[in-house]
Ligand binder design. Structure first.
Ligand SMILES: NC(=O)C1=CN([C@@H]2O[C@H](COP(=O)(O)OP(=O)(O)OC[C@H]3O[C@@H](n4cnc5c(N)ncnc54)[C@H](OP(=O)(O)O)[C@@H]3O)[C@@H](O)[C@H]2O)C=CC1
Ligand SMILES: O=C(O)C1=N[C@H](C(=O)O)C[C@H](O)C1
Length: 263
């Protein structure tokens, strides 16, 4: 049995992950964490009736009470770095979906993991289709350097651009020749009109109620176009990847960035 804690269990993703862990026969839910939880046990929440799982307000309270193998993190960018550092230093393998990490932060956390010989994963997107979309986009960028990323999310999202959009741009930048797109003399009449600039590629962030998580990578070439699109219509789309990561990280001794390294 892999013992798992879920940080951010009251959030949209944390709740979905909590239910996945409870329903998975190889996993045991050792605890859940939320700083504002009024409950002390999961069974105090009607939909979790009969589930005797402690609720902790802080990571320190959790570590004093249980010894988990895996830390699932779906919290907020402002706390995720400290959470992952804490998990690694307590030899708990992090499986992190929270977005907003900088490249420098990921490098620092990888060094902590290496020092402590702990495996873990930071993945901006756990949906298998999204991983394929990023991989196909990377392939297409070898041939089509003119590309714009349009990511579309629900309007409660804190970070922009999305972690997936940044990762897609990073992957395409590995193979795409240097190119600043658009007309050299183009001017934004309203600031931000051309979107964020990553290595000459533009990223546009759409936020609307009703959306979940969607991304379109749109390539243009003389006389032709190619659009690669992924849609998460439901947060269950991320759970195959989260479950796979929980199984794999306990066998690893380093922290990796991107689910593609586990597929
Ligand atoms: N990698 C992937 O596949 C995916 C990643 N995400 C990412 O996951 C993150 C969460 O998304 P989502 O569930 O939609 O967001 P929510 O806002 O619904 O959930 C975040 C939760 O974290 C809680 N929280 C805040 N501080 C702490 C803390 N110190 N310890 C534990 N919990 C804390 C919040 O509690 P409170 O509200 O009480 O402050 C809230 O319940 C985002 O960064 C998002 O981008 C989302 C979907 C897929
Ligand atoms: O906040 C979200 O919802 C999502 N966040 C991740 C991201 O920033 O890429 C993954 C997915 O797009 C959903």
């Amino acid at each position: 049995m892999i013992k798992i804690v879920v940080a951010g269990f009251k959030g949209k993703m944390g709740m979905t992950a909590t239910k996945m862990v409870l329903s998975h026969e190889g996993f045991e839910l050792a605890g859940v964490i939320d700083p504002h939880a009024a409950e002390t046990n999961l069974q105090d929440i009607p939909e979790f009736h009969g589930q005797n799982v402690p609720v902790f307000k802080t990571k320190e309270d959790m570590a004093a009470a249980v010894v988990p193998d895996v830390w699932i993190d779906f919290t907020i960018p402002a706390v995720a770095y400290d959470n992952v550092q804490f998990a690694l230093e307590h030899r708990i393998s992090p499986v992190v979906g929270t977005t907003g990490f900088t490249e420098t932060q990921i490098g620092e956390l990888q060094a902590i993991a290496e020092k402590n010989h702990v495996g873990g994963l930071i993945a901006p997107n756990f949906a298998v289709g999204a991983v394929l979309m990023m991989s196909f986009a990377k392939k297409a960028a070898e041939y089509f350097p003119d590309v714009e990323i349009i990511e579309l999310h629900h309007d409660n999202k804190l970070d922009a651009p999305s972690g997936t959009a940044i990762k897609t741009a990073e992957m395409m930048a590995e193979v795409r020749g240097k190119k600043q797109q658009g007309h050299p003399d183009e001017k934004e009449l309203i600031a931000g009109a051309r979107g964020a600039d990553y290595d000459g590629m533009r990223i546009h962030s759409v936020r609307l109620p009703g959306l979940i998580a969607h991304q379109q990578v749109q390539f243009g070439n003389v006389g032709e176009g190619l659009t690669i699109r992924h849609d998460s219509y439901d947060r269950s789309s991320f759970m195959t990847g989260v479950a796979l990561a929980c199984e794999k990280v306990v066998t690893m001794d380093k922290l990796i960035y991107g689910l593609e390294h586990l597929l």
